[in-house]
Design a protein. Structure first.
Length: 593
């Protein structure tokens, strides 16, 4: 018998063993899942503990002081869009953004239920994380057993909340992981149950489609799922029947994926925004990935995937440099990333099986998705976290339940255990014992978010009796629109790097958007304009004609035009002392994450 036939035989035996395992899931496994889910809610709740204390009078966390963590620029942008969508605006036609719509729809659904406030946004990711934890638990149970399932689920709770990768916020990567892990689990279930294979693969395709409907890059997972179907263990049937089975399986997967695409496109078409969506998602999205040049003094791509971005001088954050401008994305989880590499190798070469090989491929696909946009923002590193948790959990589960232990297995097991303990200590020290508002300051380079919240609220107070005031931000400071509750006068409310780089240069995608932005400004002259990036010539001319610079918040107007500008007829009214004005220096502009 050939080597391939032996492997197929082993895989068939493994599949039968997994079916038997499903029928006798231990009470310990279920208890571990329930405890882990409860722990996940409590653990993530530390981020908004002050809000809980304010509403309930009690907050069961060791450190509860100050305010809740403010929204970062992405969260605030999506929350602003959600508020506008709930009010009736149309995505892409009235609000321009370069991602597919599902993430924005999730935000809008949350705001519709809980209102456009910080607590709603902080609660938004919890159901997604809990579902992902349960799926990780099931996959760990299927690949190794109870120990692996509980350890993997517990590790994912901590990894998915790591503040250094913005995990404790409402990042869209949480939704991607939920759908992408569901697709992985459905493919593994399809391998277990040939009789229901079509149904499970249809669900896998739907889940992969939903992940892609959040961010385009998630479509890379579809490649791994297709390869998994092609590699399904052989059954004792003729080659013709086997080929027909593979084609039906691929058809179910692709059909589910395309079904989501058709529904999403249909909704956009019914809303009359299909053309605008194509322009934003396809044309602008592609240009953002290909036409944006690296930041000045950016690290080489050969190391940037590990070090992350640098400050404007090219200095890297610790442990690679000494800048305080940024914080290294791996600072909170490096012990697990370190042991994940041998764990993934072990899954592929030690007791290889269909499920383990697919998990390794899925994790590699997620890692590719981190670097594919070439932006290296910290929250992208959330994408491989389910695979990291499972790789370490399954390997430790194998070692703990093995009947044959060697000195090598003891050393590896102790290494894995030590890494988990070190990771846990870091998370307790740098997350659980840090006041919520300080999380963004210490671990995200986000002191600007605290200041923007303060300024936004003060602007809202100062303009509370104005008739529908508006605020344009030429930059990434979307928290100002969210916290001031002032709308932007244009659908181009957020300045991504592509708009910044090509505002004064010809570009087939950006030039029409800049022209549209200027038309909107002339037609709907906003009361306030915050200029965070140097204004392009037509914007500078527009400001000098009808606006006055102000240092109300000690944001000095620089020689290149950056700062806060106020429409001349509103200048005296705005600068009159009506609210507590921030006395803190505004932080320097940074690249949005």
């Amino acid at each position: 018998m050939g080597e391939g036939s032996c492997l197929d035989s082993n895989l068939r035996r493994e599949s039968l063993a997994n079916i038997a395992m499903r029928s006798r899931i231990s009470g310990w496994a279920v208890t571990g899942l329930v405890i882990t889910l409860i722990f996940a809610v409590w653990w993530r709740g530390h981020t908004f503990a002050p809000a809980v204390e304010q509403r309930l009078g009690v907050a069961p966390w060791p450190v509860v002081e100050g305010d809740v963590e403010p929204l970062d620029c992405d969260e605030a942008a999506y929350a602003y869009m959600a508020r506008k969508l709930v009010q009736g605006d149309r995505l892409y036609a009235d609000l321009s953004e370069n991602k597919p719509p599902l993430g924005y729809w999730l935000y809008a659904a949350s705001v519709a239920m809980g209102g456009a406030n910080e607590l709603t946004i902080r609660l938004l990711p919890i159901p997604l994380v809990l579902l992902t934890v349960a799926l990780v638990w099931w996959i760990g149970l299927r690949l190794s057993g109870t120990i692996a399932a509980v350890i993997s689920a517990f590790l994912y709770v901590l990894l998915s909340t790591d503040p250094y990768v913005y995990g404790n916020g409402a990042q869209l990567e949480q939704a991607i992981n939920c759908f992408a892990v569901a697709a992985l689990a459905a493919v593994l279930r399809a391998e277990q149950e040939p009789g229901k294979r079509g149904t499970w693969l249809l669900l896998a395709g739907i889940a992969a489609g939903l992940a892609t409907a959040v961010k385009q890059v998630a479509a890379l997972h579809l490649v791994i799922l297709v390869l998994a179907i092609i590699a399904f263990p052989r059954r004792d049937v003729s080659d013709q029947l086997r080929l027909r089975d593979r084609l039906r399986s691929l058809g179910a997967l692709i059909g589910g994926f395309l079904g989501v695409v058709v529904i999403v496109v249909g909704i956009l078409a019914v809303r009359g925004v299909a053309g605008d969506a194509y322009d934003d998602i396809i044309r602008a999205g592609r240009a953002l990935a290909t036409d944006v040049e690296a930041e000045p003094n950016a690290p080489s791509p050969a190391v940037r995937w590990l070090t992350g971005n640098a400050d404007p001088s090219g200095e890297l954050p610790p442990p690679f440099g000494s800048t305080k401008y940024l914080v290294w994305w791996g600072r909170g989880s490096w012990p697990l990333w370190l042991v994940a590499v041998p764990s993934l190798i072990g899954l592929a070469v030690r007791r290889p099986s269909f499920g383990r090989l697919v998990l390794v491929g899925w994790t590699i696909s997620a890692m590719i998705q981190v670097v594919a946009p070439r932006l290296y923002w910290a929250h992208y590193y959330l994408l491989p976290m389910p695979g990291i948790a499972l790789a370490v959990g399954v390997m430790l589960g194998d070692l703990a339940s093995s009947q044959r232990r060697t000195w090598r297995s003891w050393v590896f097991g102790l290494g894995l255990t030590g890494a988990i303990l070190a990771f846990g200590v870091i998370q307790v020290r740098d997350y659980l014992l840090v006041p919520a508002e300080q999380l963004t300051i210490r671990h995200k380079g986000g002191g600007q978010w605290v200041e923007l919240r303060r300024i936004g609220r003060d602007l809202g107070d100062r303009t509370a009796d104005w008739n529908d005031p508006s605020l344009l931000v030429w930059g990434w400071q979307s928290p100002l629109n969210f916290y001031s509750k002032m709308d932007a006068p244009s659908r181009h409310f957020f300045t991504n790097n592509l708009m910044r780089d090509f505002a004064d240069r010809p570009h087939p995608v950006i030039s029409p958007k800049i022209a549209e932005l200027m038309d909107d400004l002339r037609e709907n002259r906003p009361e306030l304009v915050l200029v965070a990036y140097p204004p392009f010539p037509s914007l500078r001319e527009f400001l000098e004609e009808g606006y006055l610079p102000t240092t109300l918040y000690r944001i000095p107007i620089s020689p290149d035009g950056r700062g806060l500008w106020v429409r001349k007829d509103r200048f005296a009214e705005l600068t009159r002392s009506r609210a507590t004005v921030s006395q803190r220096e505004s932080p320097p502009a940074q690249t949005p994450r």
